[in-house]
Write a protein that binds this ligand. Sequence first.
Ligand code: ZN
Length: 363
Amino acid sequence: MKAARFYDRKDIRIEDIEPQELQPGTARVDVAWCGICGTDLHEYLDGPIFCPSHGNPHPISGEEPPVTMGHEFCGVISEVADDIDDLAVGDHVVVEPYIISEDVNTGPESKTYHLSENMNFIGLGGRGGGLAENVVVKRRWIHKISDKVSLDHAALIEPLTVGYHAVERAGVGEDSAGQVALIGGAGPIGLLTAAVLKAFGVTVVVSELSKARREKALETGVADHALNPEEVDVVKKVHELTDGVGADVAFECTSVPAVMTTLMDALRPRGVLQIVSIWGKPAEVDLNKIVLKELDVRGTIGYVNNHPQAIKLVEDGRVDLTPFVTARIGLDELIDEGFDTLIHRNETAVKILVSPSGKGLDK
Ligand SMILES: [Zn+2]
């Protein structure tokens, strides 16, 4: 089968490889679509980061390069181990792509398995990936979805779940209608976080330099206001919108220190600042902005037992993922069309989906 494999920085190869063997407790997923993520680009440009390096196998997967890439994927079950009785060939599924040590509790009550030692991701740390025609996954990490959700949308459930977890961490949920949220940055995660907030009835203000991204935020209906921080005083505007009080919650999705300052200034006293982005280096922030307003500053990484709720938002039609799919390509075009577009022309591209078998492209 065809697979995209990470060998090293700037060295990802499309190769013919043997499919993984089915093991007890696993099922084979024929990948329908796999999204390209910012993390994949970082591995390509600056890696290995999550991917193991030569001579340093990942402590849980035991694998070193080459490893198959792709962690934002969905597909159809094509083979099920004998000891699994709640999955059938033909089921549509999304994968929660974790690699987590066997001794960690990953049960439905766990709120911390994603923070366990050496946590990594299928499609980065080993165990196959979604940028291959099929992948064998442990039952624990397979989530069934309704056939009514189209499979190209389902590939976006993984990044949507990142947004869902950030929103949950910020304390926003079904009883938050009427609150006002400010999002710094309207890249894919900023937009999908906004989509979850809108589903909960929150008023969403986005601050974003790129015109194309501001337009996307408005056109997809996930933002009520999209502000250009070079032209508009975002802090003033948020206070105008909230009778002088400030935003209830803010989401930092840029890893730019100046954005942190804007969000802290725009929040109401005791508001929540949720940091969603991963930072390449330490940031300088004025901590008095936190102290003097008693802000809550929280981190968020990945997701933990959030897939069922995120899937339900999509199944119930409360989140429409249609406008976020901006291109569909085959595996052979991964670098030239996929990575290159996202690296050099990323303003209009939100999610580029890859059909590893090419079957999705025929339709
Ligand atoms: Zn990702």
